[in-house]
Design a protein around this ligand. Structure first.
Ligand SMILES: [Zn+2]
Length: 219
């Protein structure tokens, strides 16, 4: 029953029903069917977004962040950027190795943040923004949010992560489409400049004297 696929010429609503069956099969234990009375509320609870997704949603919606950084980051945390492993699944004719280091398959876990090329600028930016070493995974980086004690610190950590995700993806696309590797120093300075410009545009209630000192040192 689970393997059943609708024929190509069947109606759209039958295809939708079969699609729903496939989605349910990934979250529902089929062995339980018939053992407990079926409850639609139970199924809804299984299908609704997880708390992890909610946490990312709050993180990415940081109002200090730049919208294009938020957009790319939201795709990245869901594993929906068009990386080479995904393109292969869609049937594209492409190589598999990472465009930036060439040492590993290009998958989300590698790009964020285990790629040796990315690490060269991630560590530099992370130590400027948080004074700490950079994390190996997206989830660990998100948890750094808790290290921020003030609204300013939390905003910096969130902005910093989103801007770095964006620049990793941009550096990768520059290599793919322009056939050139971006200079690490240029990336670091551009990231710092973007954060500085954004912060200086914030309401004065966030910009205490100590915060202004921090911003001025960014570039
Ligand atoms: Zn790599």
């Amino acid at each position: 029953m689970l393997e059943y696929q609708p024929a190509a010429d069947t109606s759209w609503y039958w295809k939708k029903i079969c699609e729903m069956k496939q989605s349910l099969s990934s979250v529902y234990d089929m062995r339980m069917i018939g053992q407990d009375p079926y409850k639609i509320s139970k199924t809804y609870a299984l299908m609704k977004p997880t708390r992890e997704r909610d946490r990312w949603s709050n993180f990415v919606r940081e109002i200090w962040a730049i919208p294009k950084h938020q957009f790319i980051s939201w795709l990245a945390v869901q594993g929906r950027l068009a990386t080479r492993d995904r393109l292969l699944k869609f049937g594209a004719n492409t190589k598999t190795e990472c465009l930036l280091c060439g040492d590993h398959a290009e998958i989300h876990e590698h790009m964020f943040f285990q790629c040796s090329y990315n690490k060269r600028f991630l560590q530099d930016v992370a130590s400027v923004l948080t004074g700490k070493e950079f994390c190996q995974t997206l989830r660990a980086a998100r948890r750094r949010d808790k290290a921020g004690k003030t609204r300013f610190q939390k905003g910096i950590i969130r902005m910093g992560l989103l801007v770095m995700i964006y620049w990793i993806w941009k550096a990768r696309n520059t290599t793919l489409w322009d056939l050139k590797i971006s200079c690490i120093l240029v990336i670091v300075n551009t990231i710092k400049f973007a954060i500085r410009t954004r912060l200086l545009g914030l309401s004065s209630k966030y910009l205490k004297i100590s915060n202004r000192d921090f911003i001025e040192k960014l570039v």
